[in-house]
Ligand binder design. Structure first.
Ligand SMILES: Cc1cc2nc3c(=O)[nH]c(=O)nc-3n(C[C@H](O)[C@H](O)[C@H](O)COP(=O)(O)OP(=O)(O)OC[C@H]3O[C@@H](n4cnc5c(N)ncnc54)[C@H](O)[C@@H]3O)c2cc1C
Length: 448
C-alpha cells in the first residue's frame, strides 16, 4: 500500500534525469532475485544507506550480504537528488533539540552530521570515484529582509554552540561573490559542505559493494516479510531470501504493510528538481550568479539551487502532495515559475530536465537508526528529512557495526537517532495533513 499515486513507483525503469544522462553505467548487471536464496544479512533498498552497509558488512566483517531493490541500484532518492552533501538530517531546529534532548546529546548528533560529510569525501577519495565534487561549502540565503537578522543570529548560535565557522554575509558581499539576486538579502556560508554528482557517487558505492562480494538484486521488490525459526524470509515476485538479519533502508519509498514496525510512522514527502540548458558566461554575468556553491533559502518550504560544473543550473523545491501525472505537471509549472521569479535574467532559459522523488520525515523530526520493534535481527536506518546525501551512508556504516555485533557499535549511533519511532496520529490521513502543513508554511514563508 502506498500513500501516493502509483505512477511515482514505476520501478521498471529509472526516472529520466540529468544525472542518468551523465553518469557512467554500472560495470556489472544486477540479477533478479529468483528461487530460494540464503544470506547472513539481507538489505532492503540499494541507496546510499543500504549499499554502504553492504560494502562494510562484506569487506570488514566477511558476511554474506544480499541487497534487494525494487528498481536498479540508486532507483530511489540516492540516484536523483540535488547533490548537496551537507551536515544535515533533521527538521527539528537545534534550539528545540537542545530543549528536548539536552546540549550534550545535541552536540553528539551534530558531530555525527559533520563526520558524515567527511565520510563521503573519504569514500570518494579512497575508491577514486570522480563525483564532480565542488568544494567551498554551501550557502543559506535570506529570502526576505525580515530573515536577515535571523541568519545573523543563526551564525552566532551555530558558532558558539557547535564550534563551527559559519560566516554571515550581507547582500553586497553576496553580489561581489557571484550570488546576486533580487530576492537574496543576506547569506550564511557553511564551509563543511560540498556539491557532488549523486548518481556517480551511488554507482561508485554499488561497484565497491559488488567488488566486496555483496549480491545486488534489482527488479526485486520485497512484498512479504516473515519471521520464523530465528530467520527472516523476504519474499519477492520470483524468489525469496532467508537471512539471520535484515536492514530496512528504504527511506521515502518504504511501503506500508511490508514492515509492520514502521507502518504509520514515516511521512514520505515529494521533492522536485529541474535542470536548465548550459548557461553561458554572459548570461551568468547578467544575472550576477556565476559560482558553483550550492545554495538554499530560508523558507520552510525551501528552494535549493546550484550552478553545475558544466554551466547548467539545478533548481529544486518541495513537490506538493499529489504525485499523479497531473499533480506532478502542476508542481513542475510552479517550480518553473518560482525559478523565473528568483532568477529573472534567466527566464528565457529552457529547462531540459525535470523529475521528482521522495524524502522522508518522522513525527519527532529526527532520523532513526536501530532495531525495528521487538523483531530479533530486524533493523532500520531512515528518515533523513530532505537531506541524507551525507548522513544516510554514514549511518549505513554505523549500522554495519551494529549488525555485525561489534562492541560499542549501538552506542556510536547518536541517542537522538535511537529514540523509538512514534506513530503519526491519524496515520492514514498523513498526506492530507502534510498538505495542510504546507499551506501554513507557505503563509509563514510569504507573509510571516
Ligand atoms: C528530488 C530530491 C532531491 C534531494 N536533494 C538532496 C540534496 O541535495 N542533499 C541531500 O542531502 N539530500 C537530498 N535528498 C535526499 C536524499 O537523496 C536521501 O535522503 C538519500 O538519498 C536517502 O538514501 P537511502 O539509501 O536511505 O534511500 P533511497 O536512496 O531512497 O533508497 C531507497 C531504495 O529502497 C527501494 N525500495 C523501496 N521499497 C522497496 C521494497 N519493498 N523492496 C525492495 N526495494 C525497495 C527503492 O527502490 C529505493 O531504491 C533529495 C531527495 C530527493 C527526492
Amino acid at each position: 500500500m502506498r500513500l501516493y499515486h502509483d505512477s511515482a513507483f514505476d520501478f521498471s525503469r529509472p526516472v529520466p534525469s540529468y544525472w542518468e544522462d551523465t553518469a557512467p553505467p554500472l560495470s556489472f548487471e544486477p540479477q533478479t532475485c529468483a528461487g530460494a536464496r540464503q544470506a547472513d544479512v539481507a538489505i532492503i533498498g540499494a541507496g546510499y544507506t543500504g549499499l554502504t552497509a553492504a560494502l562494510l558488512l562484506c569487506r570488514d566483517h566477511g558476511m554474506n550480504v544480499a541487497v534487494l531493490d525494487a528498481g536498479r541500484p540508486g532507483w530511489g532518492a540516492s540516484g536523483r537528488n540535488g547533490g548537496f552533501c551537507s551536515p544535515a538530517a533533521a527538521k527539528l531546529p537545534y534550539s528545540a533539540m537542545i530543549r528536548r534532548h539536552g546540549i550534550d546529546e545535541t552536540r553528539i548528533f551534530f558531530s555525527a552530521l559533520r563526520h558524515s560529510v567527511e565520510h563521503v569525501r573519504e569514500f570518494l577519495s579512497t575508491h577514486e570515484v570522480d563525483a564532480e565534487a565542488t568544494e567551498g561549502g554551501d550557502l543559506r540565503l535570506a529570502h526576505k529582509p525580515s530573515r536577515v537578522a535571523e541568519l545573523r543570529h543563526e551564525a552566532e548560535f551555530m558558532n558558539a554552540t557547535f564550534g563551527v565557522d559559519q560566516r554571515f554575509m550581507g547582500a553586497d558581499e553576496l553580489a561581489e561573490r557571484g550570488h546576486a539576486g533580487p530576492h537574496f538579502h543576506a547569506g550564511l556560508i557553511d564551509p563543511e559542505a560540498f556539491g557532488l554528482h549523486p548518481l556517480k557517487y551511488l554507482r561508485g558505492l554499488a561497484e565497491a559493494a559488488y567488488r566486496a562480494g555483496a549480491t545486488l538484486f534489482a527488479g526485486s521488490e520485497v512484498t512479504g516479510w516473515q519471521v520464523a525459526g530465528g530467520r527472516h524470509i523476504l519474499k519477492t515476485a520470483h524468489g525469496e531470501v532467508s537471512a539471520r538479519k535484515v536492514l530496512l533502508a528504504t527511506n521515502g519509498y518504504t511501503p506500508e504493510g511490508t514492515a509492520p514496525w514502521v507502518d504509520g510512522r514515516l511521512m514520505p514527502a515529494l521533492s522536485r528538481i529541474m535542470v536548465t540548458r548550459a548557461i553561458t558566461g554572459e548570461e551568468q554575468s547578467a544575472q550576477g550568479w556565476n559560482v558553483t556553491l550550492p545554495a538554499h533559502d530560508t523558507r520552510d518550504l525551501l528552494h535549493y539551487f546550484r550552478l553545475l560544473p558544466d554551466g547548467r543550473f539545478l533548481f529544486g523545491g518541495r513537490g506538493g502532495v499529489d504525485a499523479s501525472p497531473a499533480g506532478m505537471a502542476r508542481s513542475q509549472a510552479n517550480l518553473r515559475a518560482t525559478f523565473e521569479r528568483l532568477f529573472p535574467h534567466w527566464a528565457h532559459i529552457q529547462s531540459d530536465y525535470a523529475w521528482s522523488g521522495f524524502v522522508c520525515l518522522t513525527r519527532p523530526l529526527t532520523p532513526y537508526a536501530g532495531p525495528l520493534g521487538d523483531a530479533d535481527g530486524a533493523y532500520g536506518a531512515l528518515a533523513w528529512h530532505g537531506n541524507g546525501v551525507a548522513m544516510s551512508g554514514y549511518t549505513g556504516r554505523l549500522m554495519a557495526g551494529v549488525i555485525a555485533g561489534r562492541k560499542g557499535a549501538s552506542e556510536a549511533i547518536p541517542a537522538i537517532m535511537r529514540q523509538p519511532l512514534p506513530r503519526f496520529a491519524l496515520a492514514p490521513l498523513r498526506r492530507l495533513m502534510l498538505g495542510a502543513i504546507y499551506v501554513a508554511a507557505d503563509l509563514r514563508d510569504n507573509w510571516g
